[in-house]
Design a protein around this ligand. Structure first.
Ligand code: HEC
Ligand code: HEC
Ligand code: HEC
Ligand code: HEC
Ligand code: HEC
Length: 187
């Protein structure tokens, strides 16, 4: 509930023009901000280069087509993972779009072999830490709050420090979510 309070505080701030930097393109997907206007999940201080992917997929290019996150990241039960789209999902367009390009032929090869594309993972929580997307989505935290401005990214990289304990705890404190050790560490 407090989270919602913060978001409406920001809407209020936006109407006053206090945070004009965030106004561009963020109306539908506002990130969680502190009252100083800084994101609760800061960017990584050092650059984390995008890993080489088997197919050079661009979020920027595809989101500009009007697709939404949920079209490809469905968060099935029990809700821990967002998951990656089946190769057939890509082929719904690419059976025709750019079908003669070598990368799309490679994509079609995976689909024909009924293989998922072996995407290299970008964000990784330390194994053993209790994590699930579901309670966060239910609390109204949006994707951009934790993963940055995905719509602007050609190659996906670990732009934010969301997998660190400090950042998890900081946001939990700010939003009065649980902070006891066993929330995130099985005893
Ligand atoms: C057309 C399908 C598609 C749409 C729409 C899409 N994505 Fe993705 N997403 C992918 C694919 C494919 C990958 C794996 C390749 C990569 O990392 O770029 C991926 C990877 C990611 C990752 C990296 C996960 C990891 O740890 O490896 C994040 C974060 C992500 N997407 C967030 C988003 C958000 C947020 C949106 C909406 C603003 C979105 N995606 C929309 C297909 C999609
Ligand atoms: C509260 C922060 C937070 C929010 C909100 C969030 N993510 Fe994530 N996301 C993470 C973390 C942390 C990981 C790494 C999880 C792991 O390694 O177990 C991750 C991993 C992923 C992955 C790769 C693993 C998987 O779950 O399949 C994708 C794809 C992804 N996120 C997409 C999204 C999309 C799309 C949204 C919005 C609908 C979103 N995330 C919202 C923090 C977040
Ligand atoms: C809604 C339709 C649609 C879906 C779904 C879709 N794409 Fe695309 N994709 C496009 C369009 C349109 C372009 C731009 C083609 C161009 O610039 O000529 C494109 C471009 C690309 C390119 C660049 C091709 C080049 O010009 O070199 C790659 C790679 C790609 N898509 C991969 C994927 C992958 C992987 C998926 C599934 C995760 C996917 N696409 C899903 C419509 C789609
Ligand atoms: C942007 C803010 C934010 C970040 C970052 C964040 N969380 Fe959360 N988390 C929340 C909120 C809000 C809830 C929901 C609280 C509620 O429903 O009472 C939550 C709930 C949870 C829950 C469920 C707790 C329960 O009720 O049992 C777990 C587990 C959790 N988070 C783990 C993590 C981990 C691990 C990380 C870091 C990798 C993380 N969170 C990062 C805001 C955040
Ligand atoms: C909101 C979630 C969250 C809570 C609450 C939390 N942690 Fe963590 N903790 C994490 C995450 C995420 C990591 C992994 C950080 C990384 O990979 O950099 C971690 C890592 C650690 C590590 C390092 C583990 C290793 O194997 O290197 C220790 C030790 C630790 N936590 C202890 C604690 C203690 C003690 C508490 C209670 C005071 C606590 N944590 C509360 C999320 C949490």
């Amino acid at each position: 509930m407090k989270l919602r309070g913060r978001i409406s505080w920001r809407c209020f701030a936006l109407t006053l023009g206090v945070l004009p930097v965030f106004a561009a393109g963020l109306t539908a997907n506002q990130s969680v901000q502190t009252q100083s206007g800084k994101s609760v999940v800061p960017n990584n201080p050092s650059e984390h280069p995008a890993p080489a992917q088997p197919i050079p997929y661009s979020h920027k290019k595809h989101l500009a087509l009007g697709l939404s996150c949920k079209d490809c990241h469905a968060n099935p039960e029990p809700g821990k993972w967002m998951t990656f789209p089946e190769t057939g999902r890509c082929l719904q367009c690419h059976v025709a779009v750019a079908k003669d390009k070598p990368v799309i032929q490679k994509l079609a090869g995976y689909a024909k072999a009924r293989q998922t594309v072996p995407w290299v993972r970008v964000y990784n929580v330390l194994p053993g830490v209790v994590w699930s997307h579901r309670p966060h989505l239910q609390a109204g935290v949006n994707c951009e709050a934790c993963h940055g401005q995905v719509r602007e990214m050609d190659a996906m990289s670990e732009i934010t420090s969301v997998t660190t304990m400090y950042v998890c705890l900081n946001c939990h404190e700010m939003n009065h979510a649980k902070t006891a050790c066993d929330t995130c560490h099985k005893s």
